[in-house]
Write a protein of this length. Structure first.
Length: 483
């Protein structure tokens, strides 16, 4: 079985765990309860101190450069990923009073190898492409075939007879970013990457090409995980093409031409390997058995440096912990910075942490940064509907304190993939909402590099991570619980 999609992997591994669920962190909440403490008044001074200190924390920018430039991409199972986990553990271990460990995690190992796509004609022409994570290769010989195009996953079933024996192109555009709702269109489009190869294989396609999941026509091709499911069906090569390539092939077919392409991919799976979650804990001053986790995922795809996805989230967590310690701000509750491994192609790190560490204490909240390094504009909360008004009120207080830095929104929304196994057990999860307007110009591409990060915006993100973590871990009531 190939690794399933991110969401499917989460549900599957939680179901297989078969363990008794401990009580939800805040199961005594009443619908009409109100937060009794004025958080803005109580935390105005420490938040201002955190914001000021973040501007002086030059080590954060230096760490980001080391992770992204010196170490580089961090594909699961790679030597570079393990250099990153060892390096980050060493840096975190230098922070006074912080206990650091590396949790072993078994991860799938997918290797890209050489790859190319060529438009066949009297003068063959290379086309911009990138293999999808988890794809099989083309074998000893490239695959050649006519291209057939569909405009959505739904159309594959209708065009089944046309697909058999051809190379399928799924040319489904990503909707443009909606600045009012912060909807990037990713959720409406990413299914072509997860499900396109499986659907094409079921109808006899030789291979599947998908339009990159971006609305930026200037963006390089976007990789990302795909899934063949666990039904034991055919596994065929799968790759993404740039937006102009997808539109060009579609236009040729609409004009009555029959483009032929040659696809060559050396992609393959190797034996599972041992990777590591990096865990750095600062014990709480009054409620050490209540735990607030925060962080990002340390693995990345291999086509860039993984700086927006998710080097910035990782380093923000590292820097936030050091910043709080150096400022003498030890919160009431225990805080754990976690650098999760294998988020991109399996979520093994998140599930391993959940399985092994859920019982360490009461996990009362989680915070994750995994949507780039642009300026933070808000905080998302993912919790039970009954608890949501209280949680939004608490986060609104934090947002108001951070308003001078540009933070303005507290809302219901995604909390982060690595938090999802614990969220299933009742832990409220907070997602740091970086401005997503241009995130999917870079996401999973060769353009995701250190040079694509704005230092001032990154520094603001460190401040938001540190302040949010401190207030949530220190405030009298637990997140999403007024008592």
């Amino acid at each position: 079985m190939r690794y399933p999609s991110l969401l499917a992997a989460t549900s599957l591994l939680l179901a297989l765990a078969g363990c008794e669920e401990p009580p939800h962190p805040a199961e005594d909440v009443q619908p009409d309860a109100q937060e009794p403490v004025d958080l803005e008044e109580q935390y105005r001074a420490p938040v201002a101190e955190i914001v000021e200190a973040s501007g002086q924390a030059d080590y954060a920018w230096s760490w980001l450069e080391t992770l992204c430039v010196d170490i580089g991409h961090r594909l699961s199972g790679s030597e570079s990923l393990e250099r990153a986990t060892a390096w980050s553990a060493e840096e975190l271990g230098n922070i006074e009073g912080v206990e650091v460990s590396r949790q072993p995690v078994q991860v799938h190992v997918w290797v890209r190898g050489e790859e190319s796509l060529t438009l066949l004609s009297d003068e063959p022409e290379p086309l911009a492409m990138v293999g999808l994570g988890g794809s099989v290769g083309t074998g000893e010989q490239p695959i050649e075939g006519e291209v057939v195009v569909v405009s959505s996953l739904d159309e594959i079933e209708e065009r089944a007879a046309d697909i058999d024996g051809r190379i399928l192109l799924v040319d489904q555009p990503m909707p443009h970013y909606d600045a009012e709702t912060f909807d990037t269109g990713y959720g409406a489009t990413v299914g072509i990457r997860y499900g396109g190869p499986r659907a094409g294989a079921a109808h006899g396609a030789l291979a599947v090409l998908v339009r990159s999941v971006t609305d930026d026509a200037t963006s390089p091709p976007h990789t990302g995980g795909t899934s063949y499911g666990d039904e034991g069906g055919r596994e065929i090569p799968a790759a993404a093409v740039s937006v102009p390539v997808a539109e060009r092939l579609h236009r040729m077919i609409d004009a009555g031409e029959t483009p032929r392409v040659r696809l060559q991919m050396q992609a393959h799976m190797e034996e599972d390997a041992t990777s590591h979650n990096v865990i750095a804990e600062l014990r709480g001053s009054e409620l050490p058995d209540e735990i607030v986790v925060f962080g990002g995922h340390i693995d990345s795809w291999d086509v860039g440096q993984g700086c927006h996805d998710d080097g910035a989230g990782v380093v923000s967590a590292m820097a936030a912990l050091r910043l709080l310690v150096e400022a003498g701000l030890t919160p009431r509750r225990t805080i754990r910075a976690i650098l999760w491994t294998n988020e991109e192609n399996g979520l093994a790190g998140a599930n391993a942490y959940n399985d092994e560490h859920w019982g360490d204490g009461m996990h009362v909240a989680g915070i994750e940064s995994d949507i780039g390094a642009a300026r933070v504009i808000g905080l998302n909360i993912n919790t039970e509907e009954l608890r949501e008004p209280t949680a939004i009120a608490q986060l609104t207080a934090i947002v108001n304190l951070l308003a001078p830095t540009g933070v303005r929104v507290a809302r219901s929304g995604h909390g982060g993939a690595d938090l999802s196994p614990m969220r299933e057990r009742g832990m409220p999860s907070v997602g740091i909402l970086h401005d997503p307007a241009h995130y999917f110009d870079l996401h999973h591409t060769a353009a995701d590099t250190f040079e694509a990060v704005d230092r001032e915006e990154f520094t603001q993100g460190v401040a938001v991570m540190a302040a949010s973590t401190y207030v949530i871990a220190d405030m009298p009531a637990r997140l999403a619980n007024p008592r």
